[in-house]
Design a protein around this ligand. Structure first.
Ligand code: C2E
Ligand code: CA
Ligand code: CA
Length: 714
């Protein structure tokens, strides 16, 4: 038998794949012999093609005796009903046997429809250097069908390995792949043949070429039980996928690592989601710049780095000038485009390592790390600031519009101005506020006096709240005269704050507290009080028959734009019982720029009530005259600066004349304020000014003094 078998193995086989010409004569007896071999037996050539097979094996793999000749395991697996698992094992041990050039033994469990579990053990024996260099592979096997609990368990484990949706890899002690499951094939599009015997690094197409070495080192040197990491695997459809790789080691009875077991999970989607969430949480959706949260994080990190390496850090806090006006007059779409373009301009003048962030609304921040000595840092910061200012002063061309904004920049420096994130930010913010105060479109390095000013501002704001409760405000009235008959026409209402100190009252100028009341929003409440008080006072004077026809009440921008303003005017009129035309509201030119529709609506509602509108400080604000045409303005109040410097042929005199003429041509009354001497009065009278007001006639007076003033015979 062995001799015959040997003959079979050593006889050259004239097998041609295409014509399947077989030396039938020579093989007949041997093939009969092998087919009747009482067990599992198969002979393959060096290409894995089946040459001989026992009937028992054919029955086991469910292949017809006429169908196997010249076929490989993979081809036989394609036959319907063929036992894929067995053929697959046959194939696996074939690869291993040729690779190791030695006998290989492996077993699997097969479950039959009857429920029987059978353990199959296949042994592959490579026979090389036969006659004519033909090599052969003999596979024989053993079937044991003791169906017991252990086999059941083993079968279950085997099924779990194969059918799990998780990708499994079994690796030898050097991390060479010795088995994979179906899920692995689906995930990577790599077949058993593609990966068998290859090192784990083979399935990582990412940049880490040292992967296996690192993993083994972790297990050996650091005594890892579990190694976790991310790798990039090939995938036919997607090109590549990001996968989470987890490896555990399998230790044998002698406490030696015999194998490794790895799982692979596709985390491409999860990573993308994480990235998206991070993007949303850390970046500004509109400009793509880092947001406040990320900026603070980076600032913190940079600060630690600067402390460690003795570097300096420059923090620029930038607020766009006039952005609100752009947003209000052109709409949010254009406003958004201005913000985007601004972000690009900031990026264009910074280095890759600088951090540019949109902090909020129209506020931006730039973080700049510098290794130069402090003297040069100031110089460097000035250069950058000048670049920013220049960039931001260039017009923005958006939707066929030429838009001008600007930027105010506050700068704080580590270590000079503080060593904490909060401190540096606060100081850059204070410096920015100062840049705004100094006429915008400029930059300021933080200085301690700015803080004092800010602290004062906060202090005053606190006291203002108290002043409302304590009723520390008083209204003063400055008489206005009609030049035509030199009689009292009305009075401008001017607020005074007598701040309660321990044993005296301190007079605080409205020029100091009104802007703070504006900033804090307290002006809305204070403004309403002024309106009601002033209207009630006018009614008292009128009822007493005193010669006063109207009062002019100053209105601040914030108060005017407040949604409740028109109502509060109407309430004050109703409550006091005056006529609407007895009330004049003084607004400034700067309040007519911005949300044109809203302004127009507010003005029309006031006008339809019968209230008069005066433009205060006329000639000093925005010099666009179009609002004189578009808005219902009754009175122009020439700014005192023109009156002050006015001599017969000065430029101020010419401007004053022009305002009077222009106003009259638009049916508007002209008031000149700040009239202090007879010369000014004479000039204004000659030029046809309607109403005058100023120290020449009277200072602003408290109620009782004003009542006396009104009673004076004229
Ligand atoms: P304004 O509306 O331009 O008020 C005129 C200012 O000129 C007043 O200063 C007034 O006292 C002063 N003045 C009047 N006649 C003369 C003069 O002949 N020569 C000079 N040099 N000055 C004269 P005041 O009362 O200190 O008010 C300053 C600013 O504070 C006001 O400027 C106004 O903008 C604001 N303000 C005052 N009262 C109120 C108020 O009740 N509400 C609001 N929103 N603002 C007010
Ligand atoms: Ca005024
Ligand atoms: Ca004024």
């Amino acid at each position: 038998m062995i001799n015959k078998l040997h003959k079979v193995l050593t006889t050259p086989i004239n097998l041609k794949r295409k014509d399947h010409t077989i030396n039938d004569e020579a093989l007949f007896s041997e093939s009969q012999l092998i087919s009747q071999f009482p067990g599992v037996l198969c002979v393959k050539d060096s290409h894995g093609r089946w040459l001989q097979a026992s009937d028992e094996l054919l029955t086991r793999v469910e292949i017809e005796p006429t169908s196997f000749l010249g076929k490989t395991d993979n081809e036989l697996m394609e036959y319907p009903n063929s036992n894929q698992k067995l053929l697959s094992l046959n194939h696996q041990i074939e690869l291993k046997a040729w690779e190791t050039d030695s006998q290989v033994k492996e077993s699997i469990l097969l479950k039959y429809e009857s429920g029987d579990i059978i353990e199959v053990e296949l042994t592959a024996i490579p026979i090389t250097k036969t006659i004519n260099s033909q090599s052969r592979l003999i596979v024989c096997g053993k079937f044991s069908n003791q169906s017991n609990k252990i086999l059941d368990k083993l079968y279950l484990l085997d099924s779990m390995f194969n059918f799990s949706h998780l990708s499994f890899i079994i690796l030898d002690k050097d991390l060479n792949i010795i088995n994979i499951n179906k899920a692995f094939k689906t995930l990577t599009d790599l077949s058993f043949d593609d990966v068998y015997g290859k090192n784990l690094s083979h399935i990582n197409i990412g940049k880490n070429h040292e992967l296996s070495t690192q993993i083994l080192k972790s297990f050996h040197d650091e005594d890892f039980d579990l190694w976790e990491g991310e790798i990039i695997c090939p995938n036919e459809a997607k090109g590549a996928i990001l996968a989470k790789l987890e490896i555990t080691r399998i230790i044998n009875e002698d406490n030696i690592t015999s194998h490794y077991f790895a799982t692979l999970i596709d985390i491409t989607f999860q990573k993308k989601n994480e990235k998206r969430i991070r993007q949303i949480a850390h970046y500004d959706g509109l400009t793509g710049l880092s947001n406040r949260v990320l900026f603070m994080e980076r600032l913190n990190q940079s600060l630690s780095e600067c402390k460690r390496h003795n570097k300096s850090l420059i923090l620029f806090f930038i607020d766009l000038d006039k952005f609100k006006e752009v947003n209000d007059s052109y709409g949010h779409d254009i406003g958004d485009k201005v913000l985007k373009e601004s972000a690009n301009r900031f990026l264009s003048i910074t280095r890759k390592e600088d951090i540019v962030s949109r902090f909020s609304g129209d506020e931006f921040a730039i973080l700049f790390i510098c290794e130069k000595p402090i003297g040069q840092i100031l110089f460097e910061a000035s250069i950058i600031s000048n670049k920013i200012i220049k960039q931001m002063s260039n017009p923005f061309f958006i939707s066929n519009k030429e838009i001008f904004i600007g930027s105010s920049i506050g700068i704080s420096i580590f270590p000079d101005h503080g060593d904490s994130v909060e401190n540096l930010l606060k100081k850059a913010d204070i410096a920015m506020y100062e840049a705004k105060n100094r006429g915008r479109n400029n930059f300021q390095f933080y200085r301690d006096e700015f803080s004092i000013a800010t602290n004062n501002r906060l202090e005053i704001e606190k006291k203002l709240r108290q002043a409302i409760i304590n009723e520390e405000f008083k209204l003063f009235y400055q008489p206005q005269f009609l030049l035509k008959d030199n009689k009292i026409w009305g009075a401008e209402v001017l607020i005074r704050w007598f701040e309660l100190k321990q044993d005296f009252k301190k007079l605080v100028s409205p020029e100091i507290f009104i802007p703070i009341a504006e900033d804090s929003g307290l002006i809305v409440e204070i403004g309403q009080w002024i309106l009601e008080k002033a209207c009630t006072q006018l009614k008292l004077w009128m009822d007493s028959g005193l010669p006063i026809k109207q009062i002019s009440v100053n209105v601040s921008a914030r108060q005017f734009m407040d949604s409740g303003f028109v109502n509060s005017v109407s309430n004050a009129i109703k409550k006091s019982g005056i006529q609407a035309q007895d009330l004049e509201l003084e607004i400034t030119e700067s309040m007519l720029v911005g949300d044109i529709k809203r302004i127009e609506l507010q003005l029309t509602r006031l006008k339809s009530m019968g209230v008069k509108i005066a433009l205060d400080d006329f000639g000093t604000g925005y010099s666009s005259l179009s609002y004189l045409k578009n808005f219902p303005i009754d009175v122009l109040k020439i700014d005192q600066s023109f009156i002050k410097e006015m001599t017969a042929d000065s430029k101020d005199a010419k401007i004053t004349c022009a305002i009077i003429e222009m106003g009259h041509s638009l049916d508007q009354k002209i008031i000149a304020e700040g009239v202090e001497n007879e010369e000014q009065l004479l000039f204004l009278t000659q030029r046809g000014c309607d109403i005058v007001q100023g120290y020449y006639y009277s200072m602003p007076l408290p109620v009782n003094k004003m009542t006396e003033f009104l009673k004076l015979p004229r």
